[in-house]
Structure formats: C-alpha cells, structure tokens
Design a protein around this ligand. Structure first.
Ligand code: NI
Length: 135
C-alpha cells in the first residue's frame, strides 16, 4: 500500500533567461521580460512528494522532520536569496528556467532519500506557472 506524503517549501531567487550567443534582441524576443539584463526575482514555491510504503513500526512513509531538514539543506540553503545565474554553479552555463530548476531540485534531493521511495517535485515560478518532474 503506497502513500504519498508532501511538504511545501519556498525560496526567493533572481534570474535572467538569456543565451550569451544570442543578441539582446533575440533574447528579448524569445524570453521576454525574463531576459531583462538587470535580473528580476520570483517567489518560488515547491511541493516535494514522496511515495512509499507505510513503515509498520512508525506508521510513517518517512519522518517529515527529516524531509523538512533535507529541503532546507539541499534546496533553500542553495537557492534562497541567490542570483541563480551568478551564484549557483549549476546555472553558470545552463539557463535557469523553471524546467531546469525543478530538475536541479530533484537531483539534489534524490540521492538523500530511501531508494525505494518515489520522488516527484512541483515547482511554481508564479501562482499560475508551474512545472513538475519525477525523474
Ligand atoms: Ni523570470
């Protein structure tokens, strides 16, 4: 019997969507406001879903305190109040779109979870735009 437990978290971060090998004009036509050379911020919200069997001893799928601490260490400490393009090595040469950020978050959490657990991440860049990744 599989149950999904979920934890919400958030971080604020700045980014700019652009390609160095494109002109400002082309970047602006593809990425719009998100290509502003002066960067801009988003209030990112994420939901981390972990699916697994209920441990008969504890009645938990996993201890939510551990999940909370893991998200703080692997996501919030790495991304919160950062300029993603300039301060997060993953994005020095990769465009920090919501798509690439959700994969980064998945890859940061995955090795720290029980291998029998399934992981799925939903990342909101705005209240209406969100992406999901399950590996
Ligand atoms: Ni943006």
């Amino acid at each position: 019997m599989k149950v999904t437990v979920s934890r919400k978290a958030h971080f604020n971060a700045a980014h700019r969507l652009y390609r160095k090998d494109w002109s400002d004009e082309k970047n602006n036509s593809v990425f719009g406001k998100c290509s502003n050379p002066h960067f801009h911020g988003h209030n990112y919200e994420l939901i981390v879903h972990v699916t697994g069997n209920i441990d008969p001893e504890t009645g938990y799928v996993m201890d939510m305190k551990n999940l909370k601490n893991l998200i703080k260490l692997e996501v919030e400490d790495k991304l919160d109040h950062k300029n993603l393009n300039q301060e997060v090595p993953e994005f020095y040469n990769k465009i920090p779109t919501a798509e690439n950020i959700v994969v980064f978050i998945f890859n940061a959490l995955r090795p720290n979870l029980n291998s029998e657990h399934q992981l799925s991440i939903t990342l909101y860049e705005t209240p209406r735009n969100f992406v999901s990744y399950s590996g």
